[in-house]
Each structure stands twice: as C-alpha cells, then as structure tokens.
Design a binder for this molecule. Structure first.
Ligand code: NI
Ligand code: MN
Length: 225
C-alpha cells in the first residue's frame, strides 16, 4: 500500500484493492503540485467535513470516476443533487466496505458548505479510521484536541495523520498531547503552512516526540507500508 501526501489534508491511498482519496483539495490547494488529470482512477473518496479545503474537488472527481463518496449523511444529501454515489455514515459508526473496515470518528470543529453567499449546513465534522491491507490509518480531519482521542489508544493505530497548523485545529503543542492519547506507531503532520494563518514548524513535533516516529511528508511524497 502507498500513502501519498497531496498537501494540506489531502491524501491518495493506493491499496491492493482500490484507490482512495481523503479530503481531495487539489485544484485550489496552493501546496498541491499535481492536477486532477494526474490522479489515477479513484474508487472511493472520504470527506471529513464540508469546508472547501476538504470537500474540495470531490464532486468533479466522483462524477469523472463514478467514485463512491463516504461522508456524513448531510454531505451525502448535498452531493445527491449532483447524482453522486454516496455512502452515508455517522460518528461512531463502523462498516466493512470489502476493501477495508471503516469507522467514523469525532472531530471538534465546524462543517458547512458555502454556495455563493448561501451557507449550507453540512452535518458534524469527523475523522476516519481506515483498516486497509492490515494497516490501521487514522485521518483526524480538522479537529482541536479532545479527550475523545484517548479512546483511540484502543484502536492500535499504525499511522495517524494529524493537523498541526493551529487557529482552526490543534497546533504542534496540542498535537503532542494528542499523540500521547492516541499512541500511534507513526505520525504524519498535515493542515499547516497552506495559508499564513496556519503556520507551524513540523520539525518541532519531530524533535519533541520519542514515543513514535514522525514522518514529515512534502507534497507529492509518499510512504509505502
Ligand atoms: Ni475545516
Ligand atoms: Mn481545514
């Protein structure tokens, strides 16, 4: 399996069974160096919440590849107007989708979709636990530090993709506490430096953590596992 960082909170995961995107913010993502056409055929898209830097290019890609979008029920309702295939979930829910086991996890954040000047309610923000090819990945979405993360210790997470940018999410200091709660084997920082307001130094995370590995990925860089 390969996990490629596309910048911000966007990841391309290629398993033995399928190609998955999480929070596909590609076209307008200043940190993303690829175009939509550079992507392989996408089977599943996971969306953590309605904000444009996460919902991103979901509608265009799902239309192009007939992908299934896994997201909360409210975003499913929104996407249904584009005739997009959706799999609705809610926080705490688990499902086996054949290629892997999925659990929707809580996130402490907001969720809405802006269309023109109209703000559309987009349900609760979330994160995802994905068990793919026997590797357990946690994508936290956008979240502040929360005690709920203590429960994730029981999930035996291999790879945690955690926001560190601050202002809208945890910063490096809060992510250090989150890692203490979650106890993953490897952490990949995300959601930083895309915009000035979320500037943080990921190397500080690496210097301060000894309990697990920290892998700082540049956009378009991937890990194999
Ligand atoms: Ni957000
Ligand atoms: Mn965000």
């Amino acid at each position: 399996m390969k996990i490629k960082y596309l910048g911000h909170s966007a990841f391309l995961i290629q398993t033995s069974a399928c190609n998955i995107l999480i929070d596909p913010f590609i076209k307008d993502n200043p940190k993303c160096s690829i175009t939509l056409n550079d992507l392989p055929k996408i089977d599943y898209i996971f969306v953590t919440h309605g904000h444009s830097d996460h919902l991103g290019d979901t509608a265009i890609l799902a239309k192009k590849y007939n992908s299934t979008v896994v997201c909360n029920y409210e975003i499913c309702l929104y996407l249904s107007k584009y005739n997009i295939k959706c799999h609705p979930m809610h926080i705490g829910g688990k499902v086996d989708l054949g290629f892997g086991k999925i659990k929707m996890t809580p996130a402490l954040h907001g969720s809405s979709i802006l269309e023109g000047t109209h703000i559309i309610y987009a349900g609760n923000p979330c994160g995802f636990l994905l068990e793919l090819d026997k590797v357990k990945i946690y994508h936290a979405g956008d979240t502040g530090l929360t005690m709920d993360m203590k429960l994730l210790e029981y999930e035996n997470i291999d790879i945690a993709l955690l926001p560190i940018g601050g202002n809208f999410t945890m910063d490096v200091d809060d992510t250090l506490l989150a890692i203490d709660f979650i106890k993953p084997k490897l952490v990949v920082p995300m959601h930083y430096d895309t915009f000035d307001i979320i500037h943080q130094d990921p190397t500080r995370l690496k210097e301060k953590i000894s309990s697990c590995q920290v892998k700082i990925l540049n956009p378009n860089e991937e890990i194999s596992c």
